[in-house]
Design a protein around this ligand. Structure first.
Ligand code: APR
Ligand code: PHB
Length: 393
């Protein structure tokens, strides 16, 4: 088999890259280790920046998002139960965010690939890269007991944090920068109406909490918890009680309780690999960087990476120029690091750290109260939350 771009990974990065290339007439094949059902069943975050919404429009995969997604013009913060609102739209000159589950984005992109005949090979095991430092790279894998090979011009490593693409780069040629947080997020999904019409980020003596949603009838909640916590120690009733305490009385009054249909604990980490390129291999999304979910940046950074990478690849195939490819890593990292900083800052501001002393907790409270009362501080937060511009650096 041969194609122009071999894409490893059918998550948001790989799937959106394939569609961005497809609409420009560039061929690609996605190799995904998991089955389609598994990929389409993963529960992930749900806030899309304006730039991500526009990319989905650009590839014509925005119909269901427009029909079912929820446009949010603001987000609330609760500090020890006292709530205030950040007017995202008013503070950014009209920008908002779209609440629409990553699971749904993934389903929509897979459906588009199928409808357009863009190949996505699921259940491809043992994916391996070859010829990356030359001009004839290839990918191999096993499926249905057969060894397969795909020759290509370029490889896009969109296989997430635990994938093989970044791991294939010689250690001397790549540098990782990491911060592992001393807690995790315990998340539940429940088919009950959200406690508020917008998201609420809560910081409390007992820890962080987040009230989010997937629709007007499906809620998504998180509480900060020890990352090694046994889920059996968190029956639904205990989670609902803790959410009511941390989100505050207004939210608690509006909180509908019900059985969780999904419950899991995820670790929090900041990570960036530099550079996001090795020869004919280009990394995008979680394969190159991880953000704590606090700022809802993970999916959106995957989208901005593949926006830049698709532009560079399209230029290469159209004009023969490799300038965009040579500048991809620096361009992507410039935006990645700004989102890493915002996510790190927002996590440090709203979570209880085990080694936190009284002074540190008062610094948190002082900064939160400053934000409560300052339009300038809220504007800085709003422009990062809705997403920094995709154009330029
Ligand atoms: N071979 C083939 N596919 C692989 C391999 C491999 N060795 N390793 C991982 N994959 C697949 C995974 O099964 C997954 O479908 O690559 C895909 C990577 O998808 P994501 O991890 O979702 O990463 P990305 O597309 O960059 O999207 C980032 O997804 O996980 C969330 O929080 C994250 O919101 C962020 C977004
Ligand atoms: C979610 O809805 O899953 C979600 C929303 C906002 C975040 C993180 C997760 O910051």
């Amino acid at each position: 088999m041969r194609t122009q771009v071999a894409i490893v990974g059918a998550g948001p990065a790989g799937l959106l890259l394939q569609q961005l290339l497809h609409v420009a007439g560039v061929e690609s094949v996605i190799l995904e280790q998991r089955t389609r059902d598994y990929v389409e069943s993963r529960i992930r975050a749900g806030v899309l920046e304006q730039g991500t919404v526009r990319l989905l429009e650009q590839v014509g995969v925005d119909a269901r998002m427009r029909a079912e997604g929820l446009v949010h013009d603001g987000v609330s913060m609760a500090v020890d139960g006292r709530r205030f609102r950040i007017d995202l739209k008013g503070l950014t000159g009209g920008d908002s965010v779209m609440v629409y589950g990553q699971t749904e984005v993934t389903k929509d992109l897979i459906a588009a690939a199928e409808a357009r005949g863009a190949p996505v090979i699921f259940a491809a095991s043992g994916v391996a890269l070859g010829g990356v430092e030359g001009d004839r790279p290839f990918v191999t894998w096993r499926k249905d007991g057969r060894e397969e090979r795909l020759d290509c011009d370029y490889i896009a490593g969109c296989d997430g944090f635990h994938g093989i693409c970044r791991a294939s780069i010689p250690p001397a040629l790549i540098q990782g920068y990491e911060r592992v947080y001393p807690f995790g997020w315990l998340g539940i999904l429940a088919d009950v109406p959200p406690c508020h019409h917008e998201l609420i980020y809560a910081t409390h003596e007992r820890g962080f909490a987040l009230a989010s949603m997937r629709s007007a009838s499906r809620s998504r909640y998180y509480i900060q918890a020890p990352v090694d916590e046994d889920l059996a120690a968190w029956p639904d009733a205990r989670i609902w009680d803790e959410l009511a305490l941390r989100l505050g009385p207004e939210a608690a009054a509006g909180m509908a309780r019900g059985p969780s249909i999904e419950k899991s604990i995820a670790p929090l980490r900041s990570f960036v690999a530099e550079p996001m390129r090795w020869g004919r291999l280009f990394l995008a999304g979680d394969a190159a960087h991880i953000v704590p979910p606090t700022g809802a940046k993970g999916l959106n950074l995957a989208a901005s990476d593949v926006c830049f990478l698709s532009q560079a690849l399209i230029t290469r195939f159209r004009d023969g120029s490799e300038a965009g490819l040579d500048g991809y890593s620096a361009r992507a990292l410039a935006r990645v690091w700004k989102a890493e900083r915002f996510s790190w800052w927002f996590t440090g501001l709203t979570h209880r750290f085990p080694d936190m002393d009284g002074f540190s907790r008062r610094m948190q409270t002082a900064e939160l109260e400053y934000i409560r009362g300052s339009r300038a501080a809220q504007q800085a937060m709003a422009e990062n939350y809705v997403g920094l511009p995709l154009s330029g650096g």
